[in-house]
Design a protein around this ligand. Sequence first.
Ligand SMILES: NC(=O)c1ccc[n+]([C@@H]2O[C@H](COP(=O)([O-])OP(=O)(O)OC[C@H]3O[C@@H](n4cnc5c(N)ncnc54)[C@H](O)[C@@H]3O)[C@@H](O)[C@H]2O)c1
Length: 337
Amino acid sequence: MSEPLADLRVAVLGVGLMGSYHAQALATRVKGVTVTVINDFFEPKAQEVAAAIPGARVVTDPIEAINAEDVDAVVIATPGKAHEDQVRACLQRGIPVLCEKPLTTDIASAYQLVQDELATGRTLIQVGFMRRFDAEYVQLRELIASGGLGNPLIVHCTHRNPDVPPHFDSEMMIRDSVVHEVDAVRFLLDEEITAVSVLKPTPTSSAPAGFHDPMIVILETESGRIATDEIFVRTGVAYEVRTEVVGEKGTATIGLDQNLIRTGTDGRWGGQISPGFVQRFDGAYHTELQRWADAARRGTVDGPGAWDGYAAVAVCEAGAEAVRTGQRVEVAMAKRS
Ligand SMILES: NC(=O)c1ccc[n+]([C@@H]2O[C@H](COP(=O)([O-])OP(=O)(O)OC[C@H]3O[C@@H](n4cnc5c(N)ncnc54)[C@H](O)[C@@H]3O)[C@@H](O)[C@H]2O)c1
């Protein structure tokens, strides 16, 4: 693409929780974007979201939506199983796509998309790992890269949700929740994860029988560093995401100041914690969408790409096996070409 587009015409596929949020943000807060097409398998939902966006129309078939004449780029927020075909259709048309995580739901299809994108000779796939756009994560990464902590040795992550739907089982905790820490650890340490183990403490009484909640996930990296992630999705409290990096020259923690406000009354600690991920990461989603849109006007993307999506799928596959078997599982990942 030679001249950047003045206005990027975007189709949003899948307008449930995440997609309706993205569609609204693109239509009202992201500069240089017009949402022209809305698609959802559940048509009344598509109609409802489109009705609130001036100029948007509903296209009932997702592949038709991708190929519509008035679409320059696509945001995919359908469930993971639908991503492969929809991302491939974007590649075939040669238009930029922001695909929500996970890139796909199995290693082979994620790797195939990496290869398919390489074959286009362009960079068209961005995966929705929004934490890479969160000011605190960016600051922490810069601190590590600048040597401010010395050699980073250990990363401790905490990921707690107040509640999840009843069907959200232990494997979904890995693939849908821990996937964010998997990408965050790769982003912070700038290296691949090579093995995963999962410890299963006494479950909360709120978890359905047979579900492991909470879990402690242990990630090993190629240089021998360790990251731990406490994943606990039925705390009944709030959305808490924290990360601490322990280095040779000091430690750094994020996720405290933004969420937890010290009141200091009666010499006690108190405050407010974000009720959900949208409130906690609103700024990150906005930056993610704006940077993606700015790049898409030039026919490319600006953020975690197909390889990052593939690596996360591979690590989560190992994590799911570790949950099932109780064993330490090595990550099966191809060499990057
Ligand atoms: N980055 C994040 O923080 C974050 C947070 C939540 C969800 N997500 C991801 O966003 C995606 C959507 O999650 P959600 O929570 O919004 O789910 P959701 O169930 O609320 O919404 C999904 C929507 O897609 C529609 N749909 C299903 N199959 C479709 C298809 N083949 N084509 C078109 N529409 C289809 C459904 O009718 C539904 O309206 C998932 O990949 C999820 O992992 C990311």
